[in-house]
Design a protein around this ligand. Structure first.
Ligand code: C2E
Ligand code: MG
Ligand code: MG
Length: 261
């Protein structure tokens, strides 16, 4: 138990240093539609620690949420993504791309989340129409009225919203119906075995049908094979993210990939 506590304390101290020393980088993973090719990217944060090497967000985001360090990390992610949008606006090959940014519950709950986001957009001159925020169901179940007010304020200036990892949380459909959403993302845990597991296929089919009938877009995460992509397309899902197309890449590599695609 002591070893677990020590490891946590060490990780927290290192994360604090990482914020001071700017040890983060954004990687970009293509989001691909059957009709239009690459339509956007998801920005995924990476931490390069001098001792640990690259640390996956799955390892440090939960701790960052608990300690509140997600607030400075999240602001840096949003600022960097908006700077990238502004830079792409001047590159004809990239100007149509949107960037999706993950927002954790702790960030979204902050009283100044809306004003901070607006200030970042103004400062960077990024086009709000190209910014998508990915919220998990854990964000949504917090305080319904507060969530709706914040989402509506951001939606009013053109920001889009997706529910990430859809189907893994506890939000009710009558509540989801009230949110200004653009898209549901089918969680990769359903996509992984979609060809082998009848339940995963049934859940995916239901999510796609629901999104479509509510007038929302739907995107599948974790698409690794052509067979998965073809099956999803046969169910009516035509936008995908996954290793079949590309892993998350550093900016130069993503731009080279997008130019070749
Ligand atoms: P997510 O938002 O659901 O992101 C998708 C994750 O799936 C990413 O893991 C991505 O690298 C991985 N992935 C993409 N395609 C495939 C595939 O074909 N197969 C498999 N097996 N995996 C695939 P990553 O980058 O490790 O991020 C993990 C989670 O950490 C993200 O899940 C997100 O919840 C969180 N995260 C990442 N960046 C940020 C951030 O800037 N802010 C916040 N709050 N959370 C972040
Ligand atoms: Mg995401
Ligand atoms: Mg996800």
């Amino acid at each position: 138990m002591q070893a677990v506590v020590d490891a946590r304390v060490n990780l927290e101290a290192a994360l604090n240093e990482a914020i001071q020393n700017q040890q983060f980088e954004l990687y970009y993973q293509a989001q691909v539609s059957d009709r239009d090719g690459i339509v956007g990217v998801e920005a995924l944060v990476r931490w390069f620690d001098p001792k640990r090497g690259m640390v996956s967000p799955a390892e440090f985001i939960p701790l960052a949420e608990e300690t509140g360090l997600i607030l400075p990390i999240g602001s840096w992610v949003l600022e960097t993504a908006c700077q990238q949008l502004a830079a792409w606006a001047d590159q004809p090959a990239m100007a149509h791309l949107s960037i999706a940014v993950n927002v954790s519950a702790r960030q979204f709950r902050e009283n100044n989340f809306v004003s901070q986001t607006l200030a970042t957009l103004e400062r960077t001159r990024a086009n709000p129409q190209r910014l998508k925020l990915e919220l998990t169901e854990s964000v949504l179940i917090a305080d319904a009225e507060d969530v709706i007010v914040k989402m509506n304020a951001l939606k009013a200036i053109g920001i889009g919203f997706a529910i990430d990892d859809f189907g893994t949380g506890y939000s009710s459909l009558s509540y989801i119906k009230r949110l200004p959403l653009d898209r549901l993302k089918i969680d990769q845990s359903f996509v992984r075995n979609i060809l082998m597991d009848a339940n995963d296929a049934a859940i995916s089919r239901a999510v796609i049908a629901m999104a479509t009938s509510m007038g929302l877009g739907v995107m599948a995460e974790g698409v690794e094979t052509e067979a998965q992509r073809d099956f999803l397309a046969s169910l009516g899902c035509h936008t995908y993210q996954g290793y079949l197309f590309s892993k998350p890449l550093p900016i130069q590599e993503f731009e080279a990939f997008a130019t070749r695609f």
